[in-house]
Design a protein around this ligand. Sequence first.
Ligand code: MEV
Length: 338
Amino acid sequence: MICIPNANLPVVLGLTMVKAFAPGKCILFGEHAVVYGHPAVAVAIDSGVEVELIESDAWTIEGMPFQSEKHPHLSHILEDVFNYDGKPLEISINSDLFSAAGLGSSAALSNAMGAAVQKLLDSDCELDVIELAKIGHAAEAKAQLGRASPTDTATSAMGGCIVVSGQKVSGTRHVFDSSLVTPEGMRKWSICEVELPDNLDAWLVLGFTGIGSPTGDMVAGVAKLLNDDPSKHKEMDAISKITYAGLAALGAGNLEAVGMAMNTCHEKLQLLEVSSRELDALVEAVLPHSLGAKLTGAGGGGCMVALTEQPQRVAEAIEVAGGTPLISRLGAKGVRIV
Ligand code: MEV
C-alpha cells in the first residue's frame, strides 16, 4: 500500500489520533450453509467495535505493552497487510458486542482496526470497504482453520443487508467476489447488497445465552457431522430454500413471512446439531411476542435473534429466561471513521 503522510487527522497534545467504528452483524438466514456455498442473509446491527489509535513512544494496548503474538488479528493487519513502520501506537478497543457470541465481534474488530490504520497512513483516502472486508475474511479464515465464509466481514464492512452466496442471487446488487481454499475444496462466493424497504416497522432483539462459543469449533463440528452422515446435506439444502424464501419476504416487507422462515430455519439448525438447550429456551421464551426467532451465527451457545414489533417485551422475556438482550434496528451503516 502506498502511504501519503497525513495532515487531516486530529492531533491531541502533538500526537496524531484516529478512531474507527465497525458494526457487528446478525445472520437472519443461512449460517453454516453459507460455508458450503449456499446463500446467507445478514444485516449490520447498531452495536459494534471502536478502535482508537494514538501515535505514541511505546506500543500499548488498553494501557498494557502490546505483544503481537497475543493479538494475531491486529498484528496481521499492521504488519502483513499494511507493512506499518510508523510511530508506535497506543491502541484502545471499545466493544458493545458480546464476544464469541455469533455477532461478528472479531470481524468488526478487524474492520475497525483496518479502517483506522488505512486512515492513519493516508488521511485523504476514502475507506476501501471492499478491501477491508477481504482483509477481515483472510483473518477469519486463518482463525477458523480454513473454513470461513465472507459473511461477517462483508456485512460489518459494507453495512445494510448483505447476501453472500455461491452464485448470484436475483434481486440483489453484486458488489464483489471472494474465494477460499477450504479443507473441503475451493469455495467461491458472490457478495451482494439488498435494499431493505424503508418502512420496515420491526426490530431485532438479540439474546445472549452467556455461553461463548468459538465459531471455528462449531464449523468444524458441522463438517464432521456431514462427513459422518452425508444425508445431513439435505438440511443444508432445506436451509438454502428457506433463505431464498426469507429474502423474498424481506424484500417485499412481508414481516410475518420473514418470521415464519426464521422459525423454520431454527428447526433445520437444530437438526445440524448447532443449537443448545439454552438457545432453544430463549427462542421459546420470545415466540409469544415475536414474528419469528432462531439462533444466529455459529450456535452452540452465543446468541439467538427475534424479529419483533415489541422489542421491549421481547427483551424482558429474554431476561426472564436468563439471557441478556440487545436491541437493534435492521441494517446499520458499515465501517466508518468516527
Ligand atoms: C458465523 O457467524 C457464521 C458461520 O456460517 C460461519 C461462517 O460463515 O464463516 C457459522
